[in-house]
Design a protein around this ligand. Structure first.
Ligand SMILES: [Mg+2]
Length: 365
């Protein structure tokens, strides 16, 4: 079976609630969906989300990478040789992890569809339900407490608070959320690089001393400041989770070498696809690090692939797969759904995304 066509679809879908972090504020998911069509007319989908502030990837850049390099390299090639095709994608271009991830996932989706099995089965698992946390957008303590109560009422049991916008107020924010939801909800923090190392230690020790029962703290300091990350990790008890500091295997090796973090957040749009993501999970586990899988703000295509990875491989803590939950409506037909804090994988071939004619595309100018 050969790859007959490579198509790209620019999607922009509104969020029901603005998504605010220490790095950015957004009210839409803007993303490129890549569609690979085989010689039998089956389609496989993958996604390259546009996140200027984290990956630097844009829709235009990902589309150029797919149209000018990755697509022509795949056209006419044997789609059944999945590992070889994915290896070619990884070697074809420097950087461009999001575009590579989109094509890598589309190749996997297509392979699973040809076998007639869900993507999780192709990856070696069977689970169709995956627990997720839900993010609370950065805001003041009163807004965060209200949002936390609402999410609790909607069935979420693991809350991820976006902090790092103002170190002096962060302890009060966590205190307000803990008071609002009581002791039975898990609380984790993501500072998105927003603190200096000294601020991070001060805030985290304050949280520990106040007994606020926080599970972990994600990316407290700048992604390139691995010495600072290690300095923080040395001085606090709470587990430190590296996110923006770890894109690929070399990044993780460096974090391990410096003992800079206790855990890693693996994302397809950072790692360049399922193959490297699996290796990152294995490498972290082999070195005694904890793991979660997350996503950028992306649609049911990318989150479905990340959830399938978790369903097959597992992570040491609850993963971070709520991105598509934020969408006011789904820009694709089919794929994952949410039931409270559970991601439901479709019992359908591949990612269960309908073919492109049913994709609701809202084209950019
Ligand atoms: Mg993060």
């Amino acid at each position: 079976m050969t790859i007959a066509a490579v198509r790209t679809h620019r999607l922009s879908a509104p969020l029901h609630t603005p998504f605010v972090t220490a790095l950015r504020r957004t009210t839409t998911v803007d993303t490129l969906v890549v569609e690979l069509v085989d010689s039998d007319g089956r389609s496989g989908f993958g996604e390259a989300p546009q996140v200027w502030q984290v990956t630097g990837a844009s829709i235009a850049g990902a589309e150029a990478c797919v149209r000018e390099l990755l697509g022509p390299a795949l056209a006419g090639r044997d789609a059944d040789d999945l590992q070889a095709r994915c290896a070619e994608v990884r070697r074809a271009v420097a950087g461009n992890e999001s575009a590579k991830a989109a094509v890598d996932v589309a190749l996997h989706d297509l392979a699973a569809r040809r076998l007639g099995v869900p993507l999780v089965r192709l990856l070696g698992g069977t689970a169709l339900r995956v627990p997720t946390d839900v993010t609370l957008a950065a805001g003041d303590a009163v807004d965060l407490a209200a949002a936390a109560k609402q999410r609790r009422a909607e069935g979420f049991t693991v809350l991820k608070l976006k902090v790092g916008t103002d170190a002096r107020g962060d302890l009060d924010r966590v205190r307000a959320v803990r008071a609002a939801v009581g002791p039975d909800v898990r609380i984790r923090l993501d500072a998105n690089q927003g603190w200096t190392p000294r601020e991070a230690v001060r805030v985290i020790r304050g949280i520990e001393d106040a007994g606020l029962d926080v599970e972990l703290v994600e990316q407290p300091v700048h992604r390139r400041d691995l010495d600072g990350l290690a300095w923080v990790s040395d001085r606090v008890d709470l587990p430190i989770l590296a996110d923006e500091s770890v894109f690929d295997l070399r990044d993780l090796v460096e974090v391990i070498r410096r003992r800079a973090a206790d855990m890693v957040n693996v994302k397809l749009a950072k790692s360049g696809g399922l193959h490297t993501a699996r290796t990152l999970l294995d490498l972290a586990t082999a070195h005694g690090m904890g793991t979660i899988v997350g996503s950028m703000m992306e649609s049911q295509v990318g989150v479905g692939a990340a959830a399938s990875l978790v369903a097959a491989y597992g992570t040491s803590a609850v993963s971070d797969l709520d991105a598509a939950w934020w969408l006011a409506w789904s820009p694709v037909t089919g794929g994952i759904r949410y039931d409270g804090s559970t991601v439901l994988l479709p019992d359908a071939p591949g990612l269960g995304i309908a073919n492109v004619s049913e994709v609701k595309v809202q084209r950019h100018g």
